[in-house]
Design a protein around this ligand. Structure first.
Ligand code: 5GP
Ligand code: MN
Length: 345
């Protein structure tokens, strides 16, 4: 049995909102990952099944390895169809904000979501949710928003209405936000939920292959290049850094998603507990920063203090409007400042 994580009062409110709504919009964060899409599409399949007119809108492109997800074809990209998306957002009776905690995380969509009159519901697992929704279901102790969607649907008494397609999306989000159940994944209820999702007919092994084993040749060669040439290890700080310029990405025919997971690789070395990946963005003039840690080292603090970002204790990100040299210098400053915590971890 699952414990009751989400407050009953919040379940009741969301249920009432859904019952009264015809048009529902689901939005998620910029550069959507497996959990952002998994939770959004999981909820999309459920609400569509209840006869609602549902749309998922994302700020920009998502990686190729998530394209197979059921419903992905129907997702509206805000960067391509902003007028259409603005209309959907303005006309929605309910707007579900999934897998993000602050309007700044949806980039250009923020204004129209903020101005919209529909009832807003946040379902998320990041720390410190901002108060822009009528109902805020925020559970940082839960490892994925997709798991929260499963819990919400079940608590509304609708487990039977979860389809195989919906279950595939929910599983994908749970799997990707735990690195294939290798971190944040010691809660035994996760495995109870997986059992329930399997009862819907999902093929979890195939989902794993779809997400993790469908990369291009370019991605693998880029990985080799990065590990051989671009990874700098700072054993005295138990840390490592990888950085990639636009030019280097071009050389390996980079497409979105090709560097997914690179930031985790240095953590495979014994003794390394903090890893940072700096990548010159191919769309915007900025450096995208990814940070990962193991144990108690708070990479979200480093993200907030040095890289205009935030996130979870062990997985965070940020953005830097500056040069690569500046970003590398900031990383080195962070190592010095956090030396004692790095060595204690
Ligand atoms: P990733 O490294 O996979 O892009 O991001 C890991 C986690 O860091 C995300 O799940 C999210 O919680 C957080 N994150 C990523 N980028 C940003 C950012 O620009 N700002 C904030 N506040 N958090 C971010
Ligand atoms: Mn998530």
């Amino acid at each position: 049995m699952l414990s009751k994580v989400i407050l009953q009062a919040n379940i009741d409110k969301v249920e009432t909102y859904f019952n009264r709504a015809d048009k529902i919009v689901i939005v998620t964060h910029v550069s959507p990952d497996g959990d952002a899409l998994g939770s959004s599409l999981g909820l999309y399949h459920f609400l569509s099944g209840q006869g609602k007119d549902v749309r998922v809108i994302v700020p920009n492109a998502f990686p190729d390895f998530l394209r197979w997800m059921p419903g992905a074809k129907d997702i509206v990209r805000y960067d391509k169809y902003s007028d259409f998306a603005d209309k959907l957002i303005a006309e929605a009776d309910v707007i579900c904000c999934l897998d993000f905690n602050a309007l700044s995380r949806i980039d250009a969509m923020a204004e129209s979501v903020k101005a919209a009159e529909g009832r807003k519901v946040m379902i998320d697992h990041h720390l410190n949710p901002e108060p822009f929704c009528r109902v805020t279901i925020s559970h940082p102790e839960i490892s994925s928003t997709s798991e929260l969607i499963f819990r919400l649907i079940c608590r509304m008494g609708c487990f039977d209405d979860i389809t195989r397609e919906g279950a595939e999306c929910i599983y994908t989000g749970m799997m990707t936000d735990t690195g294939g159940f290798t971190y944040n994944s010691n809660d035994r209820q996760i495995y109870f939920i997986i059992g329930e999702l399997l009862s819907k007919g999902i093929d979890k092994d195939e989902i794993y292959r779809n997400v993790f084993n469908t990369y291009s040749e370019g991605r693998l060669r880029l990985m080799g290049y990065v590990l051989y040439e671009k990874m700098q290890v700072f054993p005295q700080f138990r840390a490592a850094l990888i950085w990639l310029t636009k030019e280097e990405q071009g050389k390996f025919h980079y497409v979105k998603g090709d560097t997914e997971g690179f930031v985790n690789m240095p953590l495979q070395m014994k003794g390394i507990c903090f890893s940072v990946f700096l990548r010159e963005d191919t769309e915007k003039q900025m450096i995208k920063v990814s940070l990962r840690s193991v144990g108690a080292f708070p990479c979200n603090k480093v993200a907030a203090e040095f890289f205009n970002g935030g996130g979870h204790l062990n997985a965070s990100g940020g953005e830097l409007y500056g040069t690569m040299d500046e970003a590398i210098a900031l990383f080195k400053q962070a190592l010095v400042k956090y030396e004692s915590l790095l060595l204690k971890n």
